[in-house]
Design a protein around this ligand. Structure first.
Ligand code: URA
Length: 204
């Protein structure tokens, strides 16, 4: 299946796109998720930030980045002088992929096929919002946006030209910072994440 060959969403507004995404069955992930977690933020946003996929909290709340990684994300955005309310925040994949483990639902990384299917929505979000700068957080977002499967470290931190006149900055995913076992390393890496967000803010 050529996942890019489909026509654009009919009405050409973000609200219509969000509405259409509610019933998305492009890949099997909709079967296990509570709901589609679409992007949120103004359709005039100059900055778009792309995460991986909703987690447990986001799946239940129906909003991106509201769980533990979201709290770190919000705090670091604030420290970097970025107003989340003025930013369009979305994910590469719009349904929560997980496996049951007792009462918990353990996050599973989306595969290339799932990312390919969901890229259709992301592309339309970009077309409608027309951000000046897109920040990809983590390898899934980088792959969804660029098709690049290489090391995130090789692309991180500098603003590069992207499609249609926008620009792209790659950085780590906030959940990665939460998983670092060494507090010193976590502090250093969080500082680097903040510096990447400051670079994004300064570039705008
Ligand atoms: N991680 C993501 O990539 N996105 C979310 O919305 C939450 C956690």
């Amino acid at each position: 299946q050529d996942v890019d060959a489909e026509p654009p969403a009919p009405s050409g507004t973000l609200a219509a796109l969000r509405d259409a995404a509610r019933t998305c069955t492009r890949c099997p992930l909709h079967c296990q998720a509570t709901q589609t977690v679409f992007g949120e933020g103004p359709d005039t946003a100059e900055l778009m930030i792309v995460g991986e996929q909703p987690g447990d909290h986001e799946d239940l709340a129906g909003r991106p980045f509201v769980g533990p990684a979201g709290r770190l994300f919000d705090r670091t955005l604030g420290e970097a002088g970025i107003d989340r309310a003025a930013t369009y925040v979305t994910n590469a994949v719009k349904h929560f992929k997980h496996e049951p483990r007792g009462k918990r639902r353990l996050h599973r990384t989306p595969n290339a096929g799932e990312i390919d299917h969901c890229r259709w929505w992301l592309r339309h979000e970009i077309t409608l919002v027309k951000p000046k700068l897109i920040v990809a957080t983590g390898a899934t977002a980088m792959f969804a946006l660029t098709g690049e499967k290489g090391r995130l470290a090789d692309h991180r931190g500098s603003v590069q030209p992207f499609d249609d006149g926008s620009a792209l900055l790659v950085t780590v995913h906030p959940a990665y910072l939460l998983r670092l076992p060494d507090p010193r390393a976590a502090e250093d890496e969080t500082r680097r994440f903040r510096a990447d967000l400051v670079a994004a803010r300064d570039w705008l």
